[in-house]
Design a protein around this ligand. Structure first.
Ligand SMILES: [Zn+2]
Length: 262
């Protein structure tokens, strides 16, 4: 069993356009066509049982359509996380709407949604997510499609998790993409979940092992960030690391089962 905690897909009608747009921004070729059907095929070839599909509301107005689509794709193999936009004046209400609709969590992205994760305007949002007991998957570290301006680095993440100790915070990209030195300094061993996506091609195997083995083994989740990475390759890289099998099992599925309440 393998649960991929970080995937993306889009409604059939807009998948092609959405992928082209993101590809143009970041220069990375997608590994499948961006549809749910394409994702399921990718999962089959990688031996992945379940994928968490993360949406990002890049505009306030997208909340409703994302919520509806997320509800429509939920299935035995797909767990959808909708999104709120921080500039939405109804953002707190929206968070409880997500909770009441039965979703397990939501995704936010400081570069696509234009915020800094430890700025004051975010605090009521974290408070609401904490209160709703939703999982917050936060894009962490730099983003390959944007200038290297620190909006979600480990030091900022530490401030957030210290201020909201009950928040189920998932830091993506092994704690902070291309800010891994700071991950080791500020985040390993702290009370947060770290997801592994998009580190495999950018970090040597030894470093991945170091970060994983110094963090709490109950707080690491497997993620691929497909379509921007290949699910099968992501599985293989983690399998090949010299991490004890008991910890690999936690990363591949046991921690996700517990966190998602499956
Ligand atoms: Zn992603």
């Amino acid at each position: 069993m393998i649960i991929d905690f970080h995937t993306h897909a889009f409604p059939d009608k807009i998948a092609e356009k959405a992928l082209k747009k993101i590809e143009a921004m970041g220069g990375i070729k997608p590994k499948f066509d961006g549809t749910i059907k394409g994702l399921l095929e990718s999962m089959d070839s990688a031996g992945i049982t379940t994928s968490v599909v993360l949406s990002i509301a890049t505009k306030v107005s997208q909340f409703e359509s994302i919520l509806q689509w997320a509800g429509s794709i939920n299935s035995e193999r797909i767990i959808a996380f909708p999104s709120v936009h921080p500039d939405d004046e109804k953002v707190v209400e929206r968070i409880f709407e997500i909770k009441n609709a039965g979703f397990k969590g939501l995704k936010m992205h400081p570069y696509f949604q234009d915020f800094i994760i430890d700025e004051e305007k975010m605090f009521p949002i974290y408070e609401a997510i904490e209160k709703a007991q939703l999982i917050l998957v936060m894009h962490s570290g730099y983003d390959f499609a944007y200038e290297r301006i620190d909006k979600a680095g480990p030091k900022r993440i530490l401030k957030v998790i210290e201020k909201f100790p009950g928040l189920k915070f998932v830091a993506t990209h092994l704690g902070g993409w291309e800010q891994w030195k700071d991950v080791e300094q500020f985040l390993v061993g702290k009370n947060l979940l770290i997801e592994t996506s998009f580190s495999y091609d950018y970090l040597e195997k030894r470093k991945i092992e170091d970060i994983i083995l110094t963090h709490n083994p109950d707080q690491i989740l497997f993620g691929s960030d497909t379509p921007w990475a290949d699910q099968k390759a992501a599985v293989e890289v983690l399998k090949k690391t010299e991490i004890p099998i008991e910890i690999k099992n936690k990363i591949f599925y046991q921690n996700a089962i517990r966190i998602l309440g499956l």
